[in-house]
Design a protein around this ligand. Structure first.
Ligand code: CA
Length: 435
């Protein structure tokens, strides 16, 4: 894409996704990047083209993004007469996974990567959807309605909201919280709205680590994701379709599979037999680090579709596998920001959820602290590593309206704590502290 004659040696930006995202490409151009979009080798509306096509799966996993970038670097060079100054990748969920995977197979291709809510464990995540839809929710006794989830949310805020120093409706760090479910149970407290024991147990299961066996697990939902879970798991065919397509087209490739067939024994068999490209992603980024690459990783703590604890776990693995257990070995190239109260790929949530991760809001700011892509470029090009990422939330998430909230998000393992004297809505009262 043309970025104008003033750019002799443009930065390049590759958008990772499962389809060409034109608004996202326009966003890259608006920030002055020559921008590339790719569909990863198929149109992304179904996993059908991947059935018995290992090469197509490799394209989807990383090669589509990699090849699109290689070709586009040549286009940039031909058009501008010189190589791109730097090459960046930005993506969320699958797009983020693609970026990290490319950094492993072709560590010199990108100089920097913004990875939002990466789906590091694709199969495990889909199997968790199955466990929730077909296991935990199975039967009328344990099914949780939208109103039930509202009650869970209310109780969670009662117990955990002020653990960060401010009862502002945002749980800054779910790791501080442990939901005691007894107050929800009708056996314990008789009140107007309460749960039977199967529903109470279902709530505990949603927030608990799920072990499928054979080293396959999912960390469970993070506290604060419950409102999004109601939206995502109730009356929404998307997750059921993902589950079906996994069994139809990925592993074992059985198009007569029925959701009622789901059980955890079958799940672990399916995970074990899944193609290597969809096994949990390694946290070895040594080659990318040694090349000088930078990663700005972010994840919303209220993400109902990919639990933020997946990102916590990946960072901890990275610390050991790439950093040899020392933060100083990874902090110079990999920083992970946890966006409190932020939904999947920054879609909603009560927190300061817009950090420039996409062009959805049609609001562009190049201020490095307010924009993950600009922050990454500043880090790569000028060596200034981001300490915080400042997010904003507009009233009704509508950028045409006023800013309701702004907050600087901390980099892991730090978390925000309110030390101010107001109600937590003031930006300056928050400080990044280690737990
Ligand atoms: Ca709070």
């Amino acid at each position: 894409m043309d970025v104008g004659d003033s750019y002799i040696s443009p930065r390049m930006y590759t958008d990772g996704a499962t389809g060409i995202d034109y608004p996202q490409m326009a966003y890259g151009v608006s920030l002055g990047f020559a921008t590339v979009g790719s569909n990863g080798g198929h149109n992304g509306t179904s996993a059908g083209p991947l059935l018995n096509q290992p090469e197509a799966l490799t394209d989807h996993s990383w090669r589509g993004v990699q090849q699109a970038t290689v070709v586009s670097k040549a286009v940039v060079k031909a058009y501008y007469g010189s190589n791109a100054l730097k090459s960046y990748h930005i993506g969320c969920a699958t797009g983020a996974r693609q970026g990290i995977r490319v950094a492993q197979v072709d560590p010199e291709l990108f100089d920097g990567i913004v990875a939002g809510a990466p789906i590091f464990n694709f199969g495990n995540t889909v199997m968790w959807y199955g466990a929730v839809l077909e296991g935990i929710f199975h039967g009328n006794d344990s099914y949780l309605t939208r109103e039930n989830w509202g009650l869970v949310h209310e109780e969670l805020l009662n117990q955990c909201d002020d653990l960060d120093g401010a009862a502002d409706g945002i749980i800054e760090d779910p790791r501080r919280c442990h939901l005691e479910t007894l107050p929800l149970n009708c056996w314990v407290f008789i009140r107007e709205h309460c749960f039977n024991t199967p529903r109470t147990f279902a709530v505990e299961q949603i927030f608990s680590r799920l072990d499928f066996g054979a080293n396959y697990s999912y960390p469970g939902a993070a506290y604060g994701a419950e409102v999004g879970i109601a939206d995502a798991f109730l009356h929404n065919e998307f997750l059921l379709t993902l589950l079906k397509e996994w069994y139809y087209y990925i592993s074992p490739g059985n198009v007569s599979w029925q959701p009622s067939d789901y059980d955890t024994n079958e799940a672990v068999k399916s995970l074990r037999e899944a193609p290597a490209e969809l096994q949990p992603l390694s946290a070895d980024l040594k080659a990318f680090r040694d090349h000088g690459g930078k990663v700005l990783h972010w994840h919303g703590s209220s993400d109902p579709l990919i639990s933020i604890m997946n990102s916590d776990n990946f960072y901890d693995s990275l610390l050991n596998l790439t950093g040899g257990g020392s933060y100083s070995n990874i902090d110079d190239f990999y920083r992970y920001f946890r966006l409190s109260g932020t939904g999947h790929c920054a879609d909603g949530g009560p927190g300061a959820n817009y950090v420039g991760q996409d062009g959805r809001m049609q609001v562009v700011t190049a201020n490095t602290e307010d924009n993950v892509l600009s922050a990454l470029a500043e880090w790569v090009e000028n060596g200034k590593a981001p300490e915080v990422i400042r997010g904003v939330k507009w009233v009704d998430d509508d950028p045409e309206k006023d800013v309701e909230l702004a907050r600087k998000h901390c980099r892991y393992p730090y978390a925000n704590r309110y030390r101010g004297t107001s109600d937590g809505k003031d930006e300056e009262g928050w400080q990044c502290e280690k737990l």
